[in-house]
Design a protein around this ligand. Structure first.
Ligand code: ADP
Length: 194
Protein backbone atom coordinates (compact mmCIF):
# COMPACT_ATOMS: atom_id res chain seq x y z
CA UNK A 1 0.00 0.00 0.00
CA UNK A 2 1.24 3.50 -0.81
CA UNK A 3 0.08 6.34 1.43
CA UNK A 4 0.60 9.95 0.51
CA UNK A 5 -0.26 13.18 2.30
CA UNK A 6 -0.91 16.23 0.14
CA UNK A 7 -0.17 19.21 2.32
CA UNK A 8 -0.62 22.96 1.86
CA UNK A 9 -2.67 26.01 2.83
CA UNK A 10 -6.27 26.64 1.75
CA UNK A 11 -6.30 27.44 -1.97
CA UNK A 12 -2.97 25.76 -2.71
CA UNK A 13 -4.61 23.35 -5.16
CA UNK A 14 -4.69 20.15 -3.11
CA UNK A 15 -8.10 19.12 -4.41
CA UNK A 16 -7.18 19.68 -8.07
CA UNK A 17 -3.88 17.85 -7.79
CA UNK A 18 -5.44 15.00 -5.80
CA UNK A 19 -7.77 14.33 -8.72
CA UNK A 20 -4.77 14.09 -11.09
CA UNK A 21 -2.76 11.89 -8.74
CA UNK A 22 -5.50 9.43 -7.89
CA UNK A 23 -6.25 8.87 -11.55
CA UNK A 24 -2.60 8.37 -12.49
CA UNK A 25 -1.68 6.10 -9.60
CA UNK A 26 -5.01 4.41 -8.76
CA UNK A 27 -5.11 5.65 -5.20
CA UNK A 28 -8.15 6.27 -3.03
CA UNK A 29 -8.84 9.92 -2.21
CA UNK A 30 -9.65 10.90 1.36
CA UNK A 31 -10.52 14.58 1.72
CA UNK A 32 -11.74 15.57 5.16
CA UNK A 33 -13.16 18.81 3.68
CA UNK A 34 -15.29 16.81 1.20
CA UNK A 35 -16.33 14.28 3.86
CA UNK A 36 -17.37 17.08 6.22
CA UNK A 37 -19.30 18.94 3.48
CA UNK A 38 -21.17 15.75 2.64
CA UNK A 39 -22.12 15.32 6.31
CA UNK A 40 -23.34 18.94 6.34
CA UNK A 41 -25.36 18.42 3.13
CA UNK A 42 -26.97 15.27 4.60
CA UNK A 43 -27.73 17.17 7.81
CA UNK A 44 -26.27 14.43 10.01
CA UNK A 45 -25.55 15.15 13.68
CA UNK A 46 -21.83 15.24 12.87
CA UNK A 47 -22.52 17.61 9.97
CA UNK A 48 -24.61 20.01 12.04
CA UNK A 49 -21.87 20.17 14.67
CA UNK A 50 -19.07 20.55 12.09
CA UNK A 51 -20.87 23.37 10.22
CA UNK A 52 -20.51 25.69 13.22
CA UNK A 53 -16.72 25.43 12.98
CA UNK A 54 -16.47 25.45 9.18
CA UNK A 55 -18.56 28.61 8.81
CA UNK A 56 -16.30 30.43 11.25
CA UNK A 57 -13.14 29.32 9.47
CA UNK A 58 -12.10 27.21 12.45
CA UNK A 59 -10.82 23.66 12.45
CA UNK A 60 -13.34 20.97 13.36
CA UNK A 61 -12.30 19.16 16.59
CA UNK A 62 -9.62 16.49 16.14
CA UNK A 63 -11.69 13.59 17.49
CA UNK A 64 -14.40 14.18 14.88
CA UNK A 65 -12.05 14.07 11.88
CA UNK A 66 -9.91 11.26 13.27
CA UNK A 67 -13.08 9.14 13.69
CA UNK A 68 -14.05 9.82 10.06
CA UNK A 69 -10.59 8.80 8.80
CA UNK A 70 -10.60 5.63 10.84
CA UNK A 71 -13.94 4.54 9.29
CA UNK A 72 -12.71 5.35 5.77
CA UNK A 73 -9.58 3.23 6.24
CA UNK A 74 -11.71 0.34 7.47
CA UNK A 75 -14.07 0.67 4.50
CA UNK A 76 -11.29 0.30 1.92
CA UNK A 77 -9.05 -2.60 2.98
CA UNK A 78 -8.06 -3.45 -0.62
CA UNK A 79 -7.01 0.04 -1.76
CA UNK A 80 -3.67 0.37 -3.58
CA UNK A 81 -3.06 3.28 -1.26
CA UNK A 82 -4.54 6.55 -0.03
CA UNK A 83 -4.08 10.24 -0.77
CA UNK A 84 -4.86 12.26 2.33
CA UNK A 85 -6.04 15.73 1.31
CA UNK A 86 -6.66 18.35 3.99
CA UNK A 87 -5.66 15.88 6.70
CA UNK A 88 -3.75 15.82 9.03
CA UNK A 89 -4.25 19.48 9.92
CA UNK A 90 -2.87 19.41 13.46
CA UNK A 91 0.07 17.59 15.02
CA UNK A 92 -2.47 15.62 17.10
CA UNK A 93 -4.16 14.43 13.89
CA UNK A 94 -0.77 13.47 12.42
CA UNK A 95 0.08 11.41 15.49
CA UNK A 96 -3.35 9.74 15.44
CA UNK A 97 -2.92 8.92 11.74
CA UNK A 98 0.48 7.34 12.40
CA UNK A 99 -1.09 5.22 15.14
CA UNK A 100 -3.95 4.09 12.90
CA UNK A 101 -1.57 3.23 10.06
CA UNK A 102 0.93 1.47 12.36
CA UNK A 103 -1.87 -0.77 13.41
CA UNK A 104 -2.48 -1.61 9.74
CA UNK A 105 1.27 -1.85 9.08
CA UNK A 106 1.03 0.60 6.20
CA UNK A 107 2.76 3.89 7.07
CA UNK A 108 2.77 7.28 5.32
CA UNK A 109 5.59 7.10 2.76
CA UNK A 110 5.55 10.61 1.35
CA UNK A 111 4.29 14.10 2.21
CA UNK A 112 4.10 16.61 -0.64
CA UNK A 113 3.78 20.21 0.42
CA UNK A 114 2.44 22.82 -2.02
CA UNK A 115 3.78 26.28 -1.29
CA UNK A 116 1.94 29.18 -2.92
CA UNK A 117 2.32 32.92 -2.18
CA UNK A 118 -0.27 34.30 0.24
CA UNK A 119 -1.83 36.89 -2.15
CA UNK A 120 -2.34 34.24 -4.79
CA UNK A 121 -4.08 31.97 -2.24
CA UNK A 122 -6.58 34.62 -1.21
CA UNK A 123 -7.24 35.60 -4.83
CA UNK A 124 -7.95 31.99 -5.83
CA UNK A 125 -10.30 31.25 -2.94
CA UNK A 126 -12.35 34.40 -3.36
CA UNK A 127 -12.64 33.63 -7.10
CA UNK A 128 -13.69 30.05 -6.29
CA UNK A 129 -16.27 31.33 -3.78
CA UNK A 130 -18.22 33.03 -6.56
CA UNK A 131 -18.98 29.67 -8.21
CA UNK A 132 -18.47 27.06 -5.47
CA UNK A 133 -21.39 28.06 -3.27
CA UNK A 134 -19.11 27.30 -0.30
CA UNK A 135 -20.20 29.33 2.71
CA UNK A 136 -16.59 29.51 3.94
CA UNK A 137 -15.10 31.08 0.78
CA UNK A 138 -15.70 34.70 1.83
CA UNK A 139 -12.91 37.17 2.52
CA UNK A 140 -13.56 37.28 6.28
CA UNK A 141 -13.72 33.50 6.75
CA UNK A 142 -10.72 32.93 4.47
CA UNK A 143 -8.61 35.20 6.70
CA UNK A 144 -9.60 33.01 9.68
CA UNK A 145 -8.78 29.80 7.78
CA UNK A 146 -5.33 31.12 6.91
CA UNK A 147 -4.81 32.03 10.59
CA UNK A 148 -5.76 28.48 11.65
CA UNK A 149 -3.37 27.12 9.02
CA UNK A 150 -0.46 29.18 10.29
CA UNK A 151 -0.96 28.41 13.97
CA UNK A 152 -2.15 24.79 13.91
CA UNK A 153 -1.43 23.22 10.53
CA UNK A 154 1.99 24.60 9.51
CA UNK A 155 3.66 22.68 12.42
CA UNK A 156 2.53 19.42 10.77
CA UNK A 157 5.18 20.04 8.07
CA UNK A 158 7.91 19.97 10.74
CA UNK A 159 6.44 16.77 12.16
CA UNK A 160 6.92 15.02 8.79
CA UNK A 161 10.22 16.77 8.08
CA UNK A 162 11.59 15.21 11.26
CA UNK A 163 10.53 11.81 9.86
CA UNK A 164 12.35 12.58 6.58
CA UNK A 165 9.12 12.33 4.56
CA UNK A 166 8.52 15.96 3.51
CA UNK A 167 9.07 17.18 -0.05
CA UNK A 168 8.25 20.81 -0.87
CA UNK A 169 7.00 22.07 -4.24
CA UNK A 170 7.58 25.81 -4.39
CA UNK A 171 6.77 28.54 -6.84
CA UNK A 172 3.68 29.91 -8.44
CA UNK A 173 3.29 27.08 -10.96
CA UNK A 174 0.20 26.46 -13.05
CA UNK A 175 -1.89 23.27 -12.63
CA UNK A 176 0.02 21.31 -15.24
CA UNK A 177 3.49 22.39 -14.08
CA UNK A 178 2.57 21.55 -10.49
CA UNK A 179 1.40 18.08 -11.49
CA UNK A 180 4.63 17.47 -13.45
CA UNK A 181 6.66 18.43 -10.36
CA UNK A 182 4.56 16.18 -8.10
CA UNK A 183 4.69 13.28 -10.55
CA UNK A 184 8.47 13.40 -10.71
CA UNK A 185 8.63 12.79 -6.97
CA UNK A 186 5.81 10.22 -6.74
CA UNK A 187 7.33 8.18 -9.60
CA UNK A 188 10.30 7.45 -7.34
CA UNK A 189 7.91 5.59 -5.00
CA UNK A 190 5.15 3.97 -7.06
CA UNK A 191 4.48 3.17 -10.72
CA UNK A 192 1.55 4.77 -12.56
CA UNK A 193 -1.34 2.37 -13.29
CA UNK A 194 -1.52 1.32 -16.94
P1 ADP B 1 -9.40 24.30 2.32
O1 ADP B 1 -8.19 23.42 2.23
O2 ADP B 1 -9.63 25.07 1.06
O3 ADP B 1 -9.42 25.13 3.56
P2 ADP B 1 -11.12 22.05 3.01
O4 ADP B 1 -12.23 21.65 2.14
O5 ADP B 1 -9.98 21.11 3.17
O6 ADP B 1 -10.69 23.44 2.43
O7 ADP B 1 -11.67 22.38 4.49
C1 ADP B 1 -12.77 23.23 4.73
C2 ADP B 1 -13.05 23.34 6.23
O8 ADP B 1 -13.38 22.03 6.76
C3 ADP B 1 -11.88 23.79 7.10
O9 ADP B 1 -11.77 25.20 7.17
C4 ADP B 1 -12.24 23.15 8.46
O10 ADP B 1 -13.23 23.88 9.14
C5 ADP B 1 -12.84 21.82 8.07
N1 ADP B 1 -11.81 20.75 7.99
C6 ADP B 1 -11.41 20.07 6.88
N2 ADP B 1 -10.47 19.16 7.16
C7 ADP B 1 -10.23 19.27 8.49
C8 ADP B 1 -9.36 18.62 9.41
N3 ADP B 1 -8.52 17.66 9.01
N4 ADP B 1 -9.39 19.00 10.71
C9 ADP B 1 -10.22 19.94 11.14
N5 ADP B 1 -11.07 20.60 10.34
C10 ADP B 1 -11.09 20.28 9.04
Amino acid sequence: MFNLVLFGPPGSGKGTQSANILQTYGLKHISTGDLLRSEVANQTLLGLEAKKFIDQGLLVPDEVVIGMISSMLDECPDARGFIFDGFPRTVEQATALDNLLDFKQTPIQLVLSLEVPQEELTRRIIARGITSGRTDDTEEVVAKRIGEYKSKTAPVADYYKAQGKLKVITGDLNIEQTFTALKKIIDQHILPVA
